[in-house]
Write a new protein. Sequence first.
Length: 251
Amino acid sequence: MGGLGAALADLVLPRTCAGCGVPGPALCRRCAALLGAPREATPRRLPPGMPPTVAAGAYAGPVRPAVAAFKEHGRAELAGPLGAALALAVGVHAVLLPGRPVLLVPLPPTRAALRARGRDCVRELAAAAADDLRAAGVPAGCVRLLTRTGRVRDSAGLSVAQRRANLAGTFAVRPVRLPTGAVLVVVDDVVTSGATLTEAAAALAATRPDGDTPVLAAVVAATPRPGPRPVRAAPPGCFPDGSPRASRESR
């Protein structure tokens, strides 16, 4: 939607923050700040083989309704601020591996989710994040490497081991030629148990040459766990004004 269209939409349907409900941008500065402290995502029962995962913030407080508004209630404009948060999380990996191309690999939706929402929400976030990273000088792209190969049952009530078994063989890797030395970062909106990220990363790792960079992961938010370990964010200058969020809030 162009600038005039967005302005007309605001007159008919005034915007409110998806996190706290105050009038204004899609995600106000106070709520966006909750996604500005990248941390290592460590589920309570860490699945064996889970890739190193960075979350931009905790899946709690106003972040929960903001993510729900984007995924379940059609607020596609939240791809901007949530994608900026995802870029911040991916940026932690990029800083540790400077100069190498970074490819964001979105987790593909299930058929049921795609039918219900009518859009690939994680891919939208990944594309927005890649745009922010490129604007910050990071050689980044978004590539659809993963496809779903089977159906899984509802994971509610399953243990970590049962979740992993339920997901076994779920993902296949597309035969796509990748840039030499590319860093693969599996991305999703939220991580809870880590089982899905682990299975996706395992599928990608099986196609990587021996000795290549391990598959990494990044998410917008992680379910809070006791004693999360903060990680060093990208240094000043890596993103405009120290964070990609400012540019997104103004859109």
